[in-house]
Ligand binder design. Structure first.
Ligand code: NDP
Length: 444
């Protein structure tokens, strides 16, 4: 049995009941087949075995009391996956679906994503099965304080620097930071995505969505095309989705549909982003409300139907496995030409195969959504240097990082004989730097 198959088989045996982790590892290691063939020294050093095993997994209890006085207990996670090229870096996700498999898949992806940015950051991920939906501000604060009361001892500005993810936005980062500062008595860049009044960076809020659009724009430009006049679907209506929509619209695209976990809105005339922001960012209400407020917009219960709407560009920006084989087939049938993954692993392995066969330009998450973590690294740089860069300066850096990630993965795919296969290209380009560092560090 060849090296990659053996590592995958062992990984599945040692980590049963972790389907998302298996899926991510399969996608990544399949892309690395030509690399390990060219570098037999990696097998001798058991490099892949070490690469897929987290350096440290922290599991903890998060007890908290709700407004009615009832006691709740949630699970807390931090997976410190790989620190070969820099301190662990990766978001915290608060969602009832969170489990070890999901945090490990996200952490593994994060290693390569962070490497692709070209910045010195390792890979980690964390979170909780806490559901922020329907909780009061006070309950969110209590939960965040309890979560940090355990997490603080494992993180630090040079050790591990968490950020936001699903269910963790500016409000949660504020409460988490407040508790860290209180316990440790230090005001340092231990979390990113902080508010502008206490060490945050301009553009961090917009970064993942804008970055996604900068990468798709570059892919279009290289094919002598542009966003102007294109019909776009953006799934989700959270942080990534809203700012992807904003930037795509500013480049002349028409975004016709978005969703939340209950259903989707279809607005033929183009989504009115000010109404969407009011509903999702200010009121934290359901997307259904959009159809009540905007004439001509339709609301459909359930999410899957969104992928049957004809579009030129599909941008899944909500969660993992949003686009399965059937949804991918529907998109291809309706003429989709580009898919840019704003969310992490939003397309199943079968869905990716459908796009590959149809010649769709497919920009995988670890490259396409790296703008968020790249800007987090810029936030870390500003914190260390006690600096504050202008919006234009951070935005310019973000754009240049996204363009260079695109070309790095494009070049890596060509170099390893899989031209146009950006899944493989991103995995290879991200992996090479981590592999070099791990080899240099010896067996650790
Ligand atoms: P948010 O919590 O801001 O938004 C998530 C959105 O996805 C919401 O609209 C939510 O709907 C929807 N959603 C969540 N779960 C499901 C589901 N099972 N089915 C349908 N819709 C769902 O998160 P972000 O925008 O920050 O993150 C979105 C994705 O982008 C995630 O995969 C995240 O890992 C990835 N990402 C985020 C980065 C960032 O900087 N924020 C950086 C890189 C990647 P509802 O409100 O109903 O729950």
């Amino acid at each position: 049995m060849n090296y990659v198959d053996r590592v995958l088989e062992e990984l599945k045996r040692k980590n049963p009941n972790e389907p998302e982790f298996h899926q991510a590892a399969t996608e990544i290691l399949n892309g690395l087949r030509p690399v390990v063939e060219r570098h037999p020294e990696y097998e001798k050093a058991a490099l892949l075995e070490r690469f897929v095993e987290p350096e440290r997994v922290i599991l903890f209890r998060v007890p908290w009391v709700d407004d009615a006085g009832a006691v709740h207990v949630n699970k807390g996670y931090r997976v410190q996956f790989n620190s070969a090229i820099g301190p662990y870096k990766g978001g915290l996700r608060f969602h009832p679906s969170v489990n070890l498999s999901i945090i490990k898949f996200l952490g593994l992806e994060q290693i390569l994503k962070n490497s692709l940015t070209g910045l010195p950051i390792g890979g980690g991920k964390g979170g909780s099965d806490f559901d922020p939906k329907g909780k009061t501000d006070n309950e969110i604060m209590k939960f965040c304080q309890s979560f940090m009361t355990e997490l603080y001892r494992h993180i630090g500005q040079d050790t591990d620097v968490p950020a936001g993810d699903i269910g963790v936005g500016g409000r949660e980062i504020g409460y988490l930071f407040g508790q860290y500062k209180r316990i440790r008595d230090e005001h340092v860049g231990v979390l990113t995505g902080r508010g502008l009044s206490y060490g945050g960076s301009l553009v961090r809020t917009e970064a993942t969505g804008y970055g996604l659009i900068y990468m798709v724009e570059e892919a279009l430009r290289c094919r002598k095309d542009s966003f102007a006049g294109k019909t776009v679907i953006v799934s989700g209506s959270g942080n990534v989705a809203i700012y992807a929509c904003e930037k795509a619209q500013s480049l002349g695209a028409k975004v016709v549909a978005m969703y939340d976990s209950n259903g989707y809105v279809y607005d033929k005339a183009g989504i009115k982003l000010d109404v969407m922001k009011q509903i999702k960012e200010k009121e934290r209400a359901r997307i259904k409300e959009y159809a009540n407020r905007v004439k001509g917009a339709e609301y459909h219960e359930g999410c899957k139907g969104i992928w049957t709407i004809p579009c030129d560009i599909a941008l899944p920006c909500a969660t993992q496995n949003e686009i399965d084989e059937k949804s991918a087939e529907a998109l291809v049938k309706n003429g989709v030409k580009y898919v840019g993954e704003g969310a992490n692993m939003p397309t199943t392995l079968e869905g990716i195969e459908v796009f590959r066969k149809a010649g769709v330009v497919f920009l995988p998450a670890k490259a396409a959504n790296a703008g968020g973590v790249a800007t987090s690294a810029l936030e870390m740089a500003q914190s260390s240097g006690r600096l504050f860069w202008s919006f234009e300066e951070v935005d310019r850096k973000l754009k240049s990082i996204m363009v260079s990630i695109y070309h790095n993965m494009d070049n890596a795919a060509r170099e390893y004989g899989v031209e146009g296969d950006y899944v493989a290209g991103a995995n290879i380009a991200g992996f090479m730097k981590v592999a070099d560092a791990m080899m240099a560090h010896g067996i650790v």
